[in-house]
Design a protein around this ligand. Sequence first.
Ligand SMILES: NC(=O)c1ccc[n+]([C@@H]2O[C@H](COP(=O)([O-])OP(=O)(O)OC[C@H]3O[C@@H](n4cnc5c(N)ncnc54)[C@H](OP(=O)(O)O)[C@@H]3O)[C@@H](O)[C@H]2O)c1
Length: 237
Amino acid sequence: MTSPVAVITGASQGLGRALAHELASRGWSLVLDARHEAALTEAVRALPGGRHPAIAGDVADPAHRRDLVDVAAELGGASALVNNASTLGTSPLPTLAELDTATYLHILQVNLVAPMALTAALLPQLRIRGGVVLNLSSDASVEAYETWGGYGSSKAGLDHATRVLAAEEPALRVYAVDPGEMRTQMHQDAFPGEDISDRPEPTVAVPALLRLLEGALPSGRYRASQLLADDTVLASA
Ligand SMILES: NC(=O)c1ccc[n+]([C@@H]2O[C@H](COP(=O)([O-])OP(=O)(O)OC[C@H]3O[C@@H](n4cnc5c(N)ncnc54)[C@H](OP(=O)(O)O)[C@@H]3O)[C@@H](O)[C@H]2O)c1
């Protein structure tokens, strides 16, 4: 039997890398990206299992997205897409009054437009397999944290696009998931100079993501903490 194929963006570190490791050990073949080639290559070398093509590039670049889709097709076609790569914009985070337009547009490109464009390009492969789209959200998409307006509104947009896609593609499972706080570079950048060693490692959120990827929960928005705590969890609206 051929192994299922997943595309995971932002897999060189943090949550993307932790999820890639677990999926590879469970027999998935993975198409992985990140912008910095050396870190991506090192992460992929550490993966267990078969063939995991790594393609360095920026998810905001249409040609790079096309490469990801083509390589997934060469592996036999994707059953899952994990839109994990994301940006805060700048560190420290600015207020909306201070957020310059170019930075705001970049945040929206990377966190909202690129994931949905990659999803659209991969849909023919996903539809054939009744596949799954997993979009990484944040509590900043629902809570009004000061200075999180740029990033938070991009994730709120991603949440909404996820809901619309789920309505348009009832044969797929389409999720947004808030992984909760994690001890990663992004989290450190959000809290520059602060000790974040009390935050959990990203591996803690991985079983929640597996429940969505390998389970049968209905499309919707979930929190990793719910998924880890409750067997009968329901998606929020
Ligand atoms: N950490 C938290 O506390 C937290 C909380 C809530 C939600 N989240 C969400 O969880 C997801 C993972 O976050 P994380 O904390 O694991 O982040 P991270 O450790 O900073 O890793 C981000 C990954 O994405 C890649 N990346 C960034 N921009 C990219 C781009 N434009 N194109 C391609 N790859 C790109 C990075 O590699 P390169 O830099 O080489 O591109 C890296 O591999 C994100 O969607 C984030 O919004 C995180």
